[in-house]
Structures are given as C-alpha cells and as structure tokens.
Design a protein around this ligand. Structure first.
Ligand SMILES: [Zn+2]
Length: 232
C-alpha cells in the first residue's frame, strides 16, 4: 500500500478516537451536575419529610403548654371558690371550672392523637432518612467513579493528541492539506470514507461523474456533496 495512504488511515483512526474521547469528556461535567442535582433532590425530600414530622411535634408541645395554662386556671378557680362567700361568685367560678375541665379533656384527646401520629410516623421518617442516606452514599460513589473516569479519558485524549501530531508528520504535505481541508468542511468524523456503488459512504449521496472518475488509491478526491475524502 502507498505509505501515504497507510499513514493517513492511521491518522484518521486516531483522530476519530480522539474526537470520540472529546465527546465523552464533554459529557462528564453534565453527568456530574446531574448527579449533584440528584443529591440535592434527596436532601429536599428528606427536609420535607422531617419538616412534617417536626411540625407535628411542635403542635404537640403547643397543646401541652395550653393544657398547663388550663390546669393552672382550674386550680386557681378551685382555690378562689373555697374563699368566696357570695352564691353568684361561687356559681361563676363553678361555670369557669366546668369550661376549664372541658378544655382540658379536649386538649388531652388532641395530645393523645398527636402522640399516636408521632409514634406512627417516627419509624417511617427514620426509615426514609436511612434510605436517603444510602441513596446519597451511592450517588457520591458514582461521582468518585466519574471523576476517576474523567482523569482516565483525559490521559487517553492527551496521548491521542500527541500520537496524531506524530502520525501527521508521516503524511505528505499535499495529502495532509487535503485531509485538514476535509476536517474543516465536515462537522464530525469520519473524514475519510469509502466510495461504493457511486456513493460516498459518509453522506450516502451520489457523487458527480467527474469526481467518480478521479477516485483511485493513489490520489485524494473529496466528495462534492459533503467534502469527505474518498477512497476506492
Ligand atoms: Zn459525501
């Protein structure tokens, strides 16, 4: 085989590999951002669950404070009643005591309901938190692995850049110029494709008769549709 053809094929193969690595490398920060978003979402969800549970505990504490106020009022009314001498004052205090007793009963029922609900929710919240922590731990492991993969890809990429430069030196100036022109015209690899049944295997379009007639293994012709270099 023409040594130029061989070198160009090798250069092309290395460039295709390098560009694929660049794509993968560009994906790394996006993937990392996606994983970090997943961690944030886990924290938000965990906070929401905890917030509901904390609100319930706060409600119970408020009810207990209110209960203590009512119990003090009842005690005070009882003490006052023992000291009053007039019937109407005695009756008024009796009425107040009845009201306090009713409120105390209602509060005690509410507190009991809250306690039952807290007992019900406690293991659920604890279980959820444990699961979220495991989940976050797994995502963090994925991030560590992704960072390592990024370093590995970068090393491979740097190695390919050096090899590409080395291989480019082995290709004649004329062929290298034609190759670089094709690279600048085509958005993504391949830049060097086979010509089969009158069609370019890069864009799959038929080339002109003029171009088709020029295709030989010892010369470089570009597809007049997409600009890729064609070989027979
Ligand atoms: Zn083409």
């Amino acid at each position: 085989m023409n040594p130029d053809v061989q070198s160009l094929f090798e250069l092309h193969a290395k460039d295709v590999e390098r560009i694929a690595l660049e794509k993968k490398l560009a994906e790394c920060p996006r993937e990392k951002a996606r994983l970090n978003d997943k961690i944030k979402a886990e924290h938000v969800l965990m906070d929401e669950k905890t917030a509901g549970f904390r609100a319930l505990e706060l409600h119970r504490k408020q009810l207990e404070q209110e209960l203590s106020v009512q119990e003090s009022s009842l005690m005070k009314a009882k003490t006052q009643q023992a000291q009053v001498k007039k019937q109407d004052e005695y009756d008024l205090l009796s009425h107040q005591m009845q009201e306090c007793t009713q409120k105390i009963d209602d509060l005690q029922n509410e507190i009991l309901n809250d306690l039952l609900e807290i007992d019900r929710q406690k293991p659920i919240v604890a279980d959820f938190q444990a699961q979220a922590k495991v989940q976050i731990g797994e995502i963090e492991k994925e991030i560590v692995a992704l960072d390592a993969e990024q370093v590995r890809l970068q090393e491979l990429h740097d190695r390919d850049v050096a090899l590409s430069a080395e291989l480019a030196q082995r290709v004649s100036k004329e062929w290298l110029d034609a190759y670089r022109t094709a690279q600048s015209r085509v958005k993504s690899p391949p830049y060097l494709v086979q010509f089969i049944d009158g069609r370019c295997q890069g864009c799959y379009l038929k080339v002109s008769t003029d171009v088709a007639q020029q295709i030989r293994s010892d010369t470089l012709v570009a597809c007049d549709q997409c600009g890729r270099l064609l070989y027979p």
